[in-house]
Each structure stands twice: as C-alpha cells, then as structure tokens.
Design a protein around this ligand. Structure first.
Ligand code: SF4
Length: 255
C-alpha cells in the first residue's frame, strides 16, 4: 500500500469507530495486566466472565497473593491453560510487590521480565494503560496485516516492525485496537465479510467474499443443476434400464 492508502485505511477505520479500546474489562492497570495474561489463547468474552467476580474483590498484587494459587485456579478454570496462568498470575503479582512497589512498570523490558508476560502483553498494557504508541500483534492483527497487504510479514515481530514504520499520526496510538476489532468482527479468519468492509477497495485480498444473497445464488443454481442432473441421471437410468430391458429381451426374440 502507498502512504496515502495506509492513511486512508486507518482514516476509515477511525471514522467507523472513533474511540476504540480493548474489550477486556478492568478497573486499573494491574487488573488489565492480569486480564491480558489470562487472555492468551482465550477469547476476551471468556476472560471477562471469569474476571468479573474475581476483580470485584481483587484489585492489587497483594490481594492476589493473599487470595492464593488454588482459589485463583478455581476462579479461572473456565479459561484455557488455567493451571499455568494461575501460577503466572501469582508469580507476577509477587514480582510486582518485590520489585516494583506493587506498581505496573512502564517499560517493555521490565514488563517482559514478569512471569507470563510476553511482548504482545507488554505492548497491550503500555498502550491501553499508559497511552504508548505500541503495536500489539495478535492473531487478528497478523491476519489483517497480511491479507490486506497493509503490513505483510512472516512473523508477528515482522508485522509489528512494519506497523511501527508505516502507521501515520494521528492513528498510531489506536491502530492496534482498530486492527484487532476489524479482524474480530469483519475480516474474520474463515470468511472475511468483504461485502461490508470499509476498506474493501484498499485491500489486496482476492477473491473478495460476496454478500450472503449473492453467495446463496450459485448454491441455488448448483442445487438446481444438481437436481436437473439427478433428473437426467434418473431418466438415463430409466432409459438405460428400459434399453437394458429391451436388450435383454431382444436376444430372447431374435433367435
Ligand atoms: S476486503 Fe475482505 S479481506 Fe480485505 S480487509 Fe476487508 S474483510 Fe478483510
């Protein structure tokens, strides 16, 4: 994409959703960090269901450590990988108490030193809690960037580096939210909903998915043609059966 096309891409996503944010629910940076750690390979909706009662009583690293690993495991057992996640959340909470005065560090390096915190989690926290212009690349962002040609790359690090380079102001802070939401609700993994996509003319993905009513037509036509082919086959079978019958009958008459 050209620089103008990249600008237009984000301008349109911004127009459709001027104030995007994460769908993970939290009331402070600590809860956000825990929610992002829990969201690895899980949906935001499933994390919110588990964290709603949990976060009503736990708002600080100390409260989490006092709560304990086994009760935490029970509280998040509906989320995938809950055993490892419970262990990490308790360990990162203890690390925050021991090394950061229970505050959330504001650098990527310090965040990544916490148990269970990778680059993507650190980027989300820096962006959402502290307003930094970071580009967290999850599965949705990776897919959208490659499909559209916006920031193609073989690895999430490649895509992140490209986004760093090409995303213009004033879109840098919210770019990753727009890309996540676009991937989650429009440019879906199995069937991108191109017919209602605001950036359809800028995207290089082919073939574009037509609207449902147009997709229904060919299948109706196919089923029509299947029906007529069945009819043809039935006729053919009948004809051949009859002709087979005749041919079987013929020898008995011919001699
Ligand atoms: S046109 Fe289709 S493939 Fe391209 S961004 Fe939109 S939904 Fe995704």
């Amino acid at each position: 994409m050209t620089r103008d096309q990249v600008f237009e891409f984000f301008r349109r996503l911004a127009e459709a959703n001027p104030s995007p944010t994460t769908e993970l629910e939290s009331t402070n940076p600590y809860q956000l960090l825990v929610a992002v750690v829990l969201s690895a390979q899980a949906t935001d909706a499933s994390v919110n269901i588990a964290t709603k009662p949990l976060f009503a009583r736990i708002k600080t690293p100390k409260q989490m450590v006092d709560f304990g690993e086994e009760p935490l495991r029970q509280a998040i057992k509906t989320i995938g990988l809950f055993n490892t996640k419970a262990k990490n959340v308790i360990a990162l909470s203890q690390a925050l108490i021991d090394g950061h005065g229970s505050e959330i560090p504001r650098t990527r390096e310090e965040l990544q030193e916490l148990p269970g915190v990778g680059r993507k989690t650190a980027n989300v926290v820096l962006n959402t809690a502290f307003g930094e212009e970071t580009f967290a690349v999850d599965t949705h962002v990776f897919r959208v960037c490659n499909r559209t040609g916006l920031a193609p790359g073989k690895t999430v690090d490649d895509v992140e580096a490209k986004l760093e380079k090409i995303v213009p102001q004033p879109f840098r802070r919210d770019a990753h939210h727009w890309l996540i939401l676009h991937g989650r609700y429009t440019c879906k993994a199995r069937l991108p909903e191109c017919w209602r996509c605001p950036v359809i003319d800028l995207c290089r993905y082919k073939p574009k998915t037509p609207p449902p009513e147009e997709r229904a037509k060919p299948s109706a036509a196919r089923s029509g043609s299947r029906a007529s082919s069945r009819a043809r086959t039935a006729k053919g079978r009948t004809a051949s059966t009859r002709s087979a019958g005749r041919s079987r009958a013929r020898p008995s008459r011919l001699p």
